[in-house]
Write a protein that binds this ligand. Structure first.
Ligand SMILES: O=P(O)(O)OC[C@H]1O[C@](O)(COP(=O)(O)O)[C@@H](O)[C@@H]1O
Ligand SMILES: [Mg+2]
Ligand SMILES: [Mg+2]
Length: 341
């Protein structure tokens, strides 16, 4: 690194500095959230490094092992889960953890408890892990009502009650996107500094987009409003240009592109999966929270996604999210369908 040329970079807005600035706006804050977030960020850096080395894992091992010949490698999603569970518990700021990888919620032992509950998908986009395509981590944060007595209802709450949500995308660059309920900000990892730097301040999703994103291989089983909507994207009758189709198959990557370029991401219900595929607590809610904070919308086919009240921690829901006007269109189609019934 050319230190003289890089001297000016010390005034960069790192994620820690950003969150400390936010914290200073709340005089009664004791820094618990800042500490929790720094542990999440550390987990993301660790997973980012493991993802970058994934193709070499058979040779050099993951998690810093140097000679693992003959030893079975940990799968990346299992490793990521361990990383986040440890990072979150050691923050001393959590009481309940819900991970996609664990059947049951984890209740943190009393001596390590704190005021937050974290729901997370440690590695999202599992079908893309082995071919080096973008994957990510998704998280949402609630507060616990009574720290002495955390209960499952502390996390079985509508997404609108989250105090923060975000994701980290392990792609051509490592990008961390965060909302604490007052807008959305994006940070990019500078590998030479090991710091996330604010690169996308105050992200606003375009009001209308030119891209739709869906697994069209499921079209045969879609309901009528979804089928009609996708047909309109391809054969618009109002003289506008057809939308482009982009589908990575990693929610983090598909939602990140939707957030920056505009458009709509759909994972609808179908005849085979009446509740869709994506999980309410750690996929649908955090992404819906970010979309609304960026000026977009998130809809389940029946209601505002953030109003859903989950009954189980791994519950699923159909989801349509993205640019305000594009989601308005699909809402109108579902409303018209409802009137027919
Ligand atoms: O392969 P499909 O059916 O299109 O599903 C893709 C969706 O499944 C997911 O991979 C599910 O997440 P996990 O990989 O965390 O299980 C999403 O990231 C993505 O949006
Ligand atoms: Mg996922
Ligand atoms: Mg996952």
């Amino acid at each position: 690194m050319d230190h003289a040329a890089d001297a000016h970079r010390t005034d960069l807005m790192t994620i820690t500095r950003f969150v400390l600035n936010e914290q200073s706006k709340h005089p009664d804050s004791r820094g618990d959230f800042t500490i929790l977030l720094s542990h999440i960020v550390l987990g993301c850096k660790f997973v980012c490094s493991a993802v970058n080395k994934a193709g070499l894992a058979k040779l050099i091992g993951l998690a810093g092992e140097t000679n693992v010949q003959g030893e079975e490698q940990k799968k990346l999603d299992v490793l990521s889960n361990e990383v986040f569970v440890k990072a979150l518990i050691s923050s001393g700021r959590t009481s309940i953890l819900v991970s996609e990888e664990d059947e049951e919620a984890t209740f943190v032992e009393p001596s390590k408890r704190g005021k937050y509950c974290v729901v997370f998908d440690p590695l999202d986009g599992s079908s893309n892990i082995d071919c080096g395509v973008s994957i990510g981590t998704i998280f949402g944060i609630y507060t616990v009502k009574d720290r002495e007595n955390p209960i499952l209802d502390d996390v079985l709450k509508p997404g609108k009650h989250m105090v923060a949500a975000g994701y980290c995308m392990y792609g051509s660059s490592c990008t961390f996107v965060l909302s604490t309920g007052s807008g959305v900000n994006g940070f990019t990892l500078d590998p030479s500094l090991g710091e996330f730097i604010l690169t996308h301040p105050d992200i606003k999703i375009p009001k209308k987009g030119k891209i739709y994103s869906v697994n069209e291989g499921n079209a045969k089983n879609w309901d009528e409003p979804t089928a009609k909507y996708v047909d309109k994207c391809k054969f618009p009758k109002d003289g506008s240009s057809p939308k482009s189709l982009r589908y990575v198959g990693s929610m983090v990557a598909d939602v990140h592109r939707t957030l920056l370029y505009g458009g709509i991401f759909l994972y609808p219900a179908d005849k085979k999966s009446p509740n869709g595929k994506l999980r309410v607590l750690y996929e649908v809610f955090p992404m819906s929270f970010l979309m609304e904070q960026a000026g977009g919308q998130a809809f389940t086919g029946k209601q505002r996604a953030l109003d859903l009240v989950p009954k189980k921690i791994h519950e699923r829901s159909p989801i349509f999210l993205g640019s305000y006007d594009d989601v308005e269109e699909i809402k109108a189609l579902y409303a018209a369908e409802g009137k027919k019934e």
